[in-house]
Design a protein around this ligand. Structure first.
Ligand code: SF4
Ligand code: SF4
Length: 372
């Protein structure tokens, strides 16, 4: 569908490749409006998928001023992909908005909350090097191994125990000692609207890992970024849950299992992003001796935790409200533990007071490597 008085895009011109999608959304009766975790948390028309896409379209056509107020909603997206599942045209709103961020960033219109993001990512990378050094006393650690594990900066910074357990689990499953990657994959810079800088991080990562023969990735966000944009020279990354699902026979019911619910939360970028819905459920079923408990909104319709796409930085109130909605559903269904495979979701749920665990801890319990 296109506007009756069709005029070409005349600013942010690289977005012309998305013109059809932008026009389709602009003239859509907002069929996906109830899908978005951001506009559900902060009910404003401009924050619905329709509102964000229309605003970008109006900016590109020069119908509204090219200023920060009109640019800001492009960052009100976690990239969760839930709107796409409700769209007859399967429009990838998150990807289009990510490209829009890049053009708006070039125009100097990124949110002030992202000022200095490149330096902040460099600082995180430095702290990650120290965190990885802390793991060098593990028997599973070998800095010169041809097998690598990328745990993810959010685990190293906010869930160090889980980072350690991930290394032990991969060792237990494969029998191989692993080097632990301390380089940034570039996902945060991509979300920030800095694709060139993100690609440079990816290239540096591939250069540091030259010669490796396998790469396991723990965090769902890093895995999605690296699997969909694998830097030249890297072997195709494998997620930890995928690896674990290939070794199901190694898992048996974990000791001390109680009756309380253990509910699986599909991370958006593992589920809708990579289509890995069965692997974590199969692994948890082996460990629990039964199927994991489920959210009503699950698999393709899973609700986003609000932790992706840098939303906790750009729209912190909407991000915590989105996490609250997810945990409300968890409570209404009987509570218990909520389990995921995404460090950002894990942190968000814990900050909201939930009894949240990472699937890697359950794997470690089952394999007998939780306490060594
Ligand atoms: S993503 Fe699809 S359903 Fe949502 S506003 Fe755009 S065209 Fe409509
Ligand atoms: S990708 Fe997710 S957060 Fe972004 S507009 Fe769609 S539903 Fe909203």
């Amino acid at each position: 569908m296109s506007r009756p008085d069709h005029r070409p895009i005349r600013q942010l011109t690289p977005l012309a490749v998305h013109e059809r999608d932008l026009e389709t959304c602009t003239f859509c009766p907002k069929l996906c409006r109830s899908a978005c975790p951001v506009s559900n948390a902060e009910p404003r028309e401009t924050l619905t998928p329709w509102g964000k896409m229309s605003l970008v379209n109006h900016l590109a056509h020069g119908d509204v001023p090219l200023d920060a107020a009109h640019a800001h909603p492009a960052w009100a997206c976690t990239g969760c992909g839930r709107c796409t599942t409700r769209c007859d045209h399967e429009i990838q709103v998150g990807a289009v908005l990510c490209d829009a961020r890049a053009e708006l960033d070039k125009a100097g219109l990124a949110p002030a909350a992202l000022d200095g993001i490149e330096q902040r990512v460099d600082a995180v990378e430095e702290s990650m090097r120290l965190a990885v050094h802390e793991l060098s006393n593990e028997a599973a650690f070998d800095a010169s191994s041809a097998h690598a594990i990328l745990v993810g900066c959010s685990y190293h910074r906010h869930a160090q125990d889980e980072a350690r357990l991930a290394l032990r689990v991969v060792h237990a499953l494969t029998g191989e000692r692993h080097r632990v990657v301390s380089s940034c994959c570039g996902a945060s810079l991509s979300d920030a609207g800095k694709p060139a800088q993100a690609a440079a991080k990816g290239a540096a990562l591939a250069s540091r890992l030259a010669g490796i023969t396998s790469l396991v990735v723990v965090d769902a966000g890093c895995a999605y970024h690296l699997i969909t944009q694998t830097p030249a020279g890297l072997p195709t990354p494998v997620t930890l849950v995928d690896l674990a699902s290939r070794h199901l026979e190694r898992f048996s019911p974990a000791p001390g299992l109680g009756e309380e619910p253990v509910r699986w939360h599909d991370p958006c970028r593992l589920g809708r992003g990579l289509g890995q819905y069965e692997a974590p459920r199969h692994v948890l079923a082996r460990i629990l001796g039964r199927s994991p408990d489920e959210f009503a909104d699950r698999r393709e319709q899973s609700l986003c935790s609000g932790a992706g796409g840098l939303l906790p930085i750009t729209f912190p109130e909407a991000a915590s409200a989105a996490a609250g909605r997810r945990l409300d559903e968890h409570s209404e269904l009987g509570g218990g533990r909520v389990v995921t495979a995404c460090a950002s979701s894990l942190r968000t749920f814990r900050k909201a007071g939930a009894d949240a665990e990472d699937i890697v801890r359950w794997m470690a319990r089952s394999l007998g490597v939780e306490r060594v």
